[in-house]
Design a protein around this ligand. Structure first.
Ligand SMILES: Cc1ncc(COP(=O)(O)O)c(C=O)c1O
Length: 488
């Protein structure tokens, strides 16, 4: 048989050259985001039946250039401050391409695998986590939280003589995970995935600064103890997604020690905040946690698909997530001493600490970003973005048409338009309308949330392309749109 595969496996430079101009144009974020308005045009072009005969690489590149890239998602645009997401910087993008080509699987010992280890070490050092902690990269915060709480579940039940990973959850026991009602919803899903159930997450109220109420936490633990309910973990948010509030980690660690339970810290967004000396004291006590989640694809601006979790004892992760040995993988043959090959050593067995078997090498992106800008560059970014939120807050406070709803702790500032003549009952709708107008214009794109029941405009600054002019521009636009809507 002399069959040749239908797919092009060479001509990479030609292909990259072909799509590069469209990527460069996109990356300048000059045009308005028309993807939503024009979706009838690009959807119709893409909504084609499965081709029986392939159209060829040239056609793929043409459609990428003409139809797909120009309508991409503009979360990297300098004025985009919604959610907690941004587009990667150049080092992350170039590295993602390099690892797709040369390190497309993290097994075995090669630089892409090895840099997982190096990058985890750098990340832990950058974030001030204890040196003996070990981690694993994940696809994001969702999985990082599942892994951290999976370790908590294993630790808790092993101490009672059970192995939940091997045998499942003992049916006659009841469990609880304690988290503030500002916790990210992925923590609740983690409880569901781990078989504890969503309802096992006890929503603990928050104080006036959206931090977990310690008295309520103690009460809930006490009541549950009297009922024989087993505490699996206390979850501290180190940077809530709504306002950036940081739970009192040190005190929560003391409570966790008293009730002999695991402390998990969700720092997916906010753990990088520890790099700002103004807020770093708020993270003290983190060294007493059992696990910590952090997302390089947020503030570090790695390409999306890069989270991480660190645990104080990674052997526990091995027992929680180990994949049974497989003949096809580790091999049915003994490794020979005489005939050595690059496939003898799997390197760090990340697939035994994690939920994924095959996975891209994610550490390389973290390595590249930190290699490029260093710890100093990252510190400067975090301080700058926290300054943006503070600058915005001070403008809001000086303006009688604006109201600050939550003073920034990190890089989120929650505020609303509320000119003196506007009625409280109408403010939610008015502010939602303002944000709808902003999003339609597409230059300043914050999201919304609720703070103490009030609808807030919520910019979150993690985007390395954002400048102070975008912060001022957002305030000016909110005033302008608010005034115009009010006068109608
Ligand atoms: C505090 C926090 N935890 C968890 C997540 C979920 O992370 P991911 O979207 O990477 O799964 C987010 C996302 O914004 C977050 O802000």
């Amino acid at each position: 048989m002399n069959q040749i595969d239908a797919a092009e496996t060479d001509r990479l430079s030609d292909a990259i050259r072909e799509i590069l101009p469209a990527l460069e144009v996109f990356n300048q974020f000059r045009k308005q985001d028309l993807s939503a308005f024009q979706h009838s045009a690009w959807m119709a072009a893409l909504d084609q039946p499965l081709p029986e005969s392939g159209a060829g690489l040239q056609q793929v590149l043409h459609e990428l250039t003409e139809t797909i890239i120009p309508h991409g998602f503009r979360n990297g645009s300098p004025g985009f401050s919604s959610y907690v997401t941004t587009a990667p910087t150049t080092a992350g993008t170039a590295t993602a391409l390099a690892s797709t080509v040369a390190g497309s699987q993290r097994w075995h010992v090669h630089p892409f695998n090895y840099l997982e280890t190096v990058a985890l070490r750098w990340l832990a050092e950058l974030l001030g986590l204890p040196g003996h902690w070990q981690g694993t990269f994940t696809s994001g915060g969702s999985i990082a939280n599942i892994i951290g709480l999976g370790a908590a579940r294993q630790w808790t039940l092993e101490r009672r003589g059970y192995d939940p990973s091997r045998d499942g959850l003992p049916p006659d026991l009841r469990y609880r995970v304690y988290a503030s009602n500002e916790v990210h919803q992925v923590v609740i899903r983690a409880a569901a995935v781990l078989g504890l159930g969503r309802r096992a997450v006890a929503p603990i109220s928050v104080d006036a600064k959206q931090r977990i109420d310690l008295n309520h936490l103690r009460e809930a633990l006490e009541v549950d103890r009297s009922k024989g309910i087993i505490p699996i973990a206390i979850v501290a948010s180190a940077g809530t997604v709504n306002t950036g509030a940081i739970d009192p980690i040190e005190k929560m660690a003391e409570i966790a020690a008293k009730y002999e339970t695991w402390l998990h810290v969700d720092g997916a967004y906010g753990l990088f905040g520890v790099l700002d000396p103004r807020v770093s004291p708020l993270y003290s006590g983190i060294e007493h946690a059992g696990s910590v989640a952090v997302d390089p694809h947020k503030w570090l601006a790695a390409p999306v698909g890069c989270g991480a979790v660190f645990v104080r004892n990674r052997a526990l992760l091995g027992r929680t997530f180990t994949a049974e040995p497989a003949e096809y993988l580790e091999g049915a043959v003994e490794i020979s001493e005489e005939i050595r090959s690059p496939y003898d050593d799997f390197g760090e067995l990340y697939h035994d600490f994690n939920l994924e078997m095959s996975a891209p090498s994610r550490g390389i992106q973290v390595w590249a970003i930190l290699k490029e800008i260093g710890a100093k560059g990252m510190r400067e970014r975090v301080v700058l973005h926290n300054n943006f939120a503070r600058h915005l807050a001070s403008r809001v406070e000086k303006d009688d048409r604006l109201e600050l709803l939550a003073a920034p702790v990190l890089s989120i500032c929650c505020f609303r338009y509320g000119a003196p003549q506007a009625e409280e009952a109408n403010l939610d709708e008015l502010n939602a309308n303002i944000v709808n107008h902003l999003r339609a214009e597409g230059i300043y794109v914050p999201s919304t949330t609720r703070v103490n029941g009030k609808l807030a405009i919520r910019p979150c600054y993690i985007n390395p392309r954002t400048r102070i002019s975008e912060v001022d521009g957002l305030v000016d636009q909110v005033r302008e749109i608010g005034d115009a809507l009010l006068s109608r």
